[in-house]
Design a protein around this ligand. Sequence first.
Ligand SMILES: Nc1ncnc2c1ncn2[C@@H]1O[C@H](COP(=O)(O)OP(=O)(O)OP(=O)(O)O)[C@@H](O)[C@H]1O
Ligand SMILES: [Mg+2]
Length: 328
Amino acid sequence: MQVVSGQARPLRTVSEVSDEREQPNLYPDSGGAAAISMRGVHKRFGGITAVDGLDLHVPSGVCFGLLGPNGAGKSTTMRMLTAQTLADEGQIAVLGYRLPGESKQARLEMGVVPQLDNLDVELTCRQILTVFARLYRVPRSERSMAVERALGIANLEPRADTIVRELSGGMRRRLLVARGLIHSPRLVLLDEPTVGLDPQVRQELWSLIDGLRASGVTVLMSTHYIEEAERLADTVAVMNQGKIIAQGPPGELVSAHAGEQVLEVYGAPEKLAAVSQLASEGGWQSRRSGPAIAILRAETLDGSAPDGVLRPANLEDAFVALTGEDIE
Ligand SMILES: Nc1ncnc2c1ncn2[C@@H]1O[C@H](COP(=O)(O)OP(=O)(O)OP(=O)(O)O)[C@@H](O)[C@H]1O
Ligand SMILES: [Mg+2]
């Protein structure tokens, strides 16, 4: 898969984009033009509060990762940004457009890759991309070039004339991404972009996402995959029960919430139970990690620490410390 090149319309730089429109910034203290601003946003479905007073600010030109367990409200947040779901309360602005009133304009300048595959199974890849090029108002003279470029991005040229029903799951996912990029958007929303993909295709999509960011496109990506957030996102927001509970560059989140070192202690169940007990008596933060007990902030332990294997703390440790949940 190739990283975006030979755009039908060149991607604009961040400064060109910000000069172009006056961006209402719902966060006047945060500096810089916001690609996305959400303030005090609530969304309820009957008795379920899916999004609970969400404040989210995504500056232009960054890759922003929304990381959270199942049901945290990530997809609902994404759907509110496209006005597929309307917020019950709060303010939302996307690319300088106020939602929901100006959602049509916002949609034309953003690319959306949904979590659930909603492709028409009877159409070929080329037909789908052509329909979307027209829907997204790519000028007629540029449409076929845009379609070829999108097929190239998704590495689907050999399958251009295959109907969706006959594609593999990974190919369908790649087609969804290509479809979202057909009009060279300046903001892309990716909801769980690599779910169910094999490691090689996942890596290809990662380099594609990285390439988008490098060319000035703002990316908002939700994910379950800690490694995906850690590798790609400039800023990660950890979402739980409809709220952002921590936010920052991955490295800062790790040191703030999991420290520098983790001590992993292995052994029979009785030994692990004893280590857990020791940890709780010592006031050490610990968790079950596969066949081991992981003790966070091992650099602060004194001589009473049990024998084990030291490793650097990672975003998964921070995530579990924050949410109390293992993901994947
Ligand atoms: N259309 C709907 N009707 C009723 N409840 C809904 C609807 N959409 C979402 N919910 C509920 O809102 C909550 C948040 O769901 P959402 O899909 O936003 O979570 P998520 O973080 O994307 O989870 P996942 O990681 O599983 O994709 C869940 O409790 C879900 O059941
Ligand atoms: Mg989801």
